[in-house]
Design a protein around this ligand. Structure first.
Ligand SMILES: NC(=O)c1ccc[n+]([C@@H]2O[C@H](COP(=O)([O-])OP(=O)(O)OC[C@H]3O[C@@H](n4cnc5c(N)ncnc54)[C@H](OP(=O)(O)O)[C@@H]3O)[C@@H](O)[C@H]2O)c1
Length: 297
């Protein structure tokens, strides 16, 4: 099988490539340079013969969200997806599967939501997710579309966890504000199992919440992480201080969404890491090696 991946050089993309290779797939990676060109026929040619396409491209959220950078956050997702879908729709033989990324920032930060919930989230991230998904939905009906709404992905190898764990190891851990905001998460190992599950279960279509079922709040997460690391986490970090230091992207920590993985569980997917304590224990084990996770597949 031929798999195409955009954003393959990133944290998730590298692990997804390794997993697909271990399944025997031929991998073709597309970088942002492939989307810079106006010559869409070059892109179409690269896509020819693809059986499945995974769209992970997007500039990192982990920079100050200036006006300029917000444009980059938007364009790197929405324009890239639009160009990709337009090229896919020109293929004589369409791929069987197109998996495009979104995030649980699609949902508001109050309430709990399954995939079919009708929401209008009046935030920058909500807007990006909506537009990102809209572009993916332009794919021709001959291709199965799955939109993975990702929670923050936990691993020692990338994403938000290493930086948070370092602060806790230095005794600088603490809850943020009231600590009552949801802290959604998913282990990388489970996310990779979900990609495989999507490949193997053609009945899974449309939006899929990729978030562990055991949603905790920030205060409990802080307590469990401190326990797993055997470190104190006595501080309360005021939200206004975080806003001062991080700017608008502080919302990633001061707010959180509760996305229920309804479609996955209804279709029989079982999370290996459903419980936050088990996940944190696993992450905080000494010599945790993510290669091991990939090899588990
Ligand atoms: N990690 C998480 O916890 C998480 C949670 C929710 C959603 N997501 C989404 O999942 C996707 C993959 O996440 P990740 O953690 O693997 O991200 P990542 O490590 O930052 O990688 C993203 C990839 O996107 C490409 N990219 C970066 N800037 C770009 C730009 N300006 N224009 C076009 N492409 C650009 C890069 O590939 P090239 O250098 O090859 O172009 C990069 O390797 C992202 O879209 C992210 O928003 C991630």
């Amino acid at each position: 099988m031929k798999s195409i991946i955009t954003g393959a050089s990133g944290f998730i993309g590298q692990h997804l490539s390794a997993m697909l290779k271990s399944m025997g797939d031929e991998i073709v990676t597309l970088s942002r340079k492939d989307f810079d060109t106006e010559k869409s026929d070059l892109l179409v040619r690269k896509l020819e013969g693809a059986n499945r396409i995974f769209n992970l491209a997007g500039a990192s959220l982990n920079h100050r969200w200036t006006h300029e950078y917000k444009k980059e956050l938007f364009n790197s997702r929405i324009n890239t997806t639009a160009k990709l879908v337009s090229a896919i729709n020109k293929l004589q033989t369409p791929p069987a599967l197109f998996v495009s990324t979104s995030a649980i920032g699609y949902y508001p930060s109050d309430g709990a939501y399954i995939e079919s919930a009708e929401v209008s989230t009046p935030t920058f991230l909500g807007y990006i997710c909506r537009r990102w998904e809209k572009e993916a939905e332009q794919i021709n009906p001959g291709t199965r579309l799955v939109i993975t709404r990702l929670a923050p992905v936990l691993s020692n190898d990338g994403g938000i966890f290493p930086a948070i764990a370092s602060l806790f190891r230095y005794g600088l851990g603490g809850k943020i504000g009231s600590g009552r905001q949801p802290f959604p998460w998913i282990m990388l190992a489970d996310l990779l199992r979900i990609y495989r599950y999507i490949i193997e279960h053609s009945e899974i279509k449309g939006a899929v919440n990729c978030s562990a079922p055991d949603i905790t709040d920030n205060a409990l997460w802080t307590k469990f992480l401190a326990q797993a690391l055997h470190r104190p986490a006595p501080w309360v970090i005021p939200t206004h201080l975080l806003r001062l230091v991080l700017g608008e992207r502080a919302v990633l920590l001061t707010e959180g969404q509760h996305a229920i993985p309804y479609k996955l569980e209804k279709n029989g997917f079982v999370f290996e890491y459903a419980n936050v304590c088990d996940a944190l224990e696993r992450l905080c084990e000494r010599k945790t090696n993510l290669t091991h996770h990939v090899l588990e597949y």
